[in-house]
Design a protein around this ligand. Structure first.
Ligand code: HEM
Length: 190
């Protein structure tokens, strides 16, 4: 039965909370704070006051209103970059070791689990790298990076769905207590 060390649990939950916050920023950008929605609210208001703004001005204003919220996407992106860097460095110090996806004696279920993680990590690395290039890279790269980066929402939602279902199935079948172990470690304390 896997025991999760304190460090493992701290990093696990820091990553989980960061993804949740990141998802909230994406959700807000797609819904309440969507630039077209905000622009049409401003336009509705102005049309009752005999003032007119061009579509470009409305969108610029809407983006300015969205910006302080969106800044948090980037801040959380930096935090995730730090946490994932730690997550990838720690195995070299004997902590948070990676599971081997290529083992010979793995069952089909174990292979599915391990490959899902591998693919997820690959996608996360792509999201973090393209995000950082959007912020710090050369201007010519920006639009291509944005096109790749915005696709991140699809794998994120699919992974979170598969992951939560997997954890629940494990808890109720062959790995009882897995949820309490990732919260409070093993019974002996760690
Ligand atoms: C796993 C990590 C990440 C995921 C899953 C992710 C996901 C996304 C998604 C889905 C969007 C599109 C939102 C929309 O158009 O409605 C987006 C936009 C953006 N992200 Fe990230 N992001 C991540 C990390 C980062 C990082 C590390 C940075 C920068 C430090 C960053 C900077 C940006 C920027 C600047 C945009 C706006 C792009 C545009 O205007 O088209 N992201 N991100």
């Amino acid at each position: 039965m896997t025991k999760y060390s304190k460090l493992y649990r701290i990093i696990h939950w820091a990553i989980a909370v960061s993804f949740l916050l990141l998802l909230i920023t994406i959700f807000l950008r797609l819904t309440w704070m969507n630039k077209n929605n905000v622009a049409s609210i401003i336009q509705d208001y102005l049309s009752g006051t005999n003032q007119v703004l061009s579509q470009d001005q409305l969108i610029t204003l809407a983006k300015k209103i969205r910006q302080p919220m969106w800044d948090w996407h980037v801040y959380i992106g930096y935090v995730l970059t730090g946490l994932f860097s730690l997550r990838f460095i720690l195995p070299f110090f004997g902590q948070m070791k990676f599971q081997n996806s290529f083992g010979k004696n793995l069952s089909l279920k174990e292979k599915f689990q391990k490959y899902t993680y591998l693919i997820f990590y690959l996608f996360v690395i792509i999201s973090l790298t393209t995000g950082l290039i959007i912020e710090f890279g050369r201007k010519e790269l920006k639009s291509t990076m944005e096109e790749i980066h915005v696709l991140g929402i699809y794998y994120l939602i699919v992974f979170i769905g598969i992951y939560l279902a997997g954890v629940l199935i494990a808890e109720f079948t062959d790995q009882k207590g897995i949820i309490s172990r990732i919260i409070s470690g093993s019974k002996k304390g760690n």
